[in-house]
Design a protein around this ligand. Sequence first.
Ligand code: SF4
Length: 307
Amino acid sequence: MPMKRVYPDYFSRFQCVADRCRHNCCVGWEIDISPAALRKYDGMRGEMGERLRASIARDENGAHFILDENERCPLLNQNGLCDLITVAGEKALCQICRDHPRFRTQLTDREEIGLGLCCEEACRLILNWNQPVQLIVEDDGRSKAVLGKREQARLFQRERLLSVAQDRRMSIFDRMGRIMEADENAELPDLPFEKWVNVLLTLEHMDKSWTILLKKRQNSRAFAAVDDRTQEQLLVYFLYRHYLRNQKQYPRGVTAFCVLSTQLITLLCEKPEDIYEVARLYSAEIEYSDENLDAIMGSLHEYNGGR
Ligand code: SF4
């Protein structure tokens, strides 16, 4: 369906580093296969068809690739490249593999697209972006769809919050305070840093490096001086990604989540250069786990009087 397409200005600069990636997204994640891709794989001939079908587990919830004992996708070769792409091209990939690390949010008249921080290359690109991020809107003019009043109001409010987040006349600390005020005086629970670390430790964990990092930071008093520009890019990333898509479920928690995520990532760094790895891990462990995202955003929603 023709519609508007929105994306941050850095988006088209992204390029997967494939075999040079240290945290390949084909390792450690269970990759679901859409029904359309499954039909394609079931009909694929030759050696790759056989291999594909032997690599897929099916149950009542759908189908996914069976990871090997090292949690690697069975199609990922030792050079860090995907054998399916080599044999059949990118078109043969299932939706998740084709999209990753891109995320999408659908509104009535537009699709918003972005890059997820859980990908180390996207993370580098986002956090190293110097200028205030601009959102590019492409409109082919063929869509008749219009935003509803509520969507318009949320979009307008997000624009306000983004412009405060990018107002470089203020310190990032002040900008975060203004953003919380602008969202009906949302607040964060007044917990010391080590208590927040304890909260993160109670959540579901996937990568043991995350647990190691949290335990290490539990008792450390060394904090990195992460510059305002980097924190701004984090804050803008979280607002762009989460504000609209989580408004319905957690209207009183989503802004607080964006501010808290920026603060926690910053505080979890011992040295400024830790920011890339900490942001990548936070994203993979919190943003990409529905359970963890719901736990944090849900508690902030309730804390701010939401029901
Ligand atoms: S994590 Fe990013 S850079 Fe690494 S393989 Fe995946 S898409 Fe490519």
